[in-house]
Design a protein around this ligand. Structure first.
Ligand code: SF4
Length: 242
């Protein structure tokens, strides 16, 4: 027992400071891209998922493979900025202008969820990458619970539905039942390229995407999104950071 206590003292406090100034994604991770040119043809031709068009780069479709930046570094460059989330689908479009960050919920919802936000997670055909990065937020290094955010086992206890995966036909009913079982008011969150726009499965006949009548309040881009991106989006949604 005494050994365990000494070990605990030796290890000290392990939870990361978030949001700390200057915090960046790890060296090999790709963050917010900068669109540096209006001539995007070469970068668009290199993109395997059609995420680049004349309007710019669609973070909702992007899987952050980096092929566009390799093909035309003068047109697209990725930073290590983890602040990628948006409140609307249109807000995920990155062009030469400033990227709009996710906005906070209205005052009424913030007063309800701001200090205690329970999430029910549904993997609707996900590959477990987004799920793993959500899961890591509960570990000692991240300790999402210190912000009052927790994943719960029952939709009856949840304020928010966090969806991962492209919503396969087989998961459609489970997703619908989960949403219907959640008490109002409630919010929906699309986490990862698949939940936002189908990801690599966009257009597949077995993948239907989030039903239009489930309104999404937060889009978290990435394939998978880095835990920093997920936590940043959730705290912005709750008005805990600006
Ligand atoms: S990083 Fe995104 S936009 Fe660039 S090629 Fe890959 S998927 Fe397309």
């Amino acid at each position: 027992m005494i050994k365990a206590l000494f070990e605990r003292l030796r290890q000290g406090h392990r939870t990361m400071k978030f949001p700390a100034e200057g915090l960046q994604l790890p060296h090999r991770a790709l963050g917010l891209p900068e669109v540096k040119s209006s001539r995007l043809e070469k970068a668009a031709a290199a993109c395997p998922y059609g995420a680049i068009g004349s309007a710019g780069l669609d973070l909702g479709r992007c899987v952050f493979c980096g092929a566009c930046a390799k093909a035309d570094p003068a047109a697209v460059e990725f930073s290590r900025d983890y602040r990628l989330c948006a409140s609307s689908r249109a807000g995920l479009e990155v062009n030469s202008g400033a990227h709009a960050r996710a906005e906070a919920l209205g005052a009424e919802l913030r007063s309800l969820f701001g200090r205690s936000f329970k999430l029910r997670q549904v993997s609707a055909g996900g590959c477990n990458a987004c799920e793993a990065d959500c899961n890591v937020l509960g570990t000692v290094g991240w300790d999402m619970g210190r912000f009052g955010i927790q994943f719960v086992a029952s939709p009856r206890h949840a304020d928010g539905l966090l969806v991962t995966g492209p919503v396969t036909k087989n998961m459609e009913l489970a997703l619908r039942k989960t949403w219907d079982a959640m008490p109002s008011p409630k919010v929906a969150i699309a986490c990862g390229a698949c939940a936002i726009d189908g990801g690599p499965y966009a257009g597949h006949p077995e993948c239907h995407g989030l039903p239009a009548d489930i309104p999404v309040s937060l889009y978290i881009p990435g394939c998978p999104p880095h835990p920093l991106t997920i936590l940043d989006g959730l705290l912005r949604l709750l008005g805990r950071i600006e």
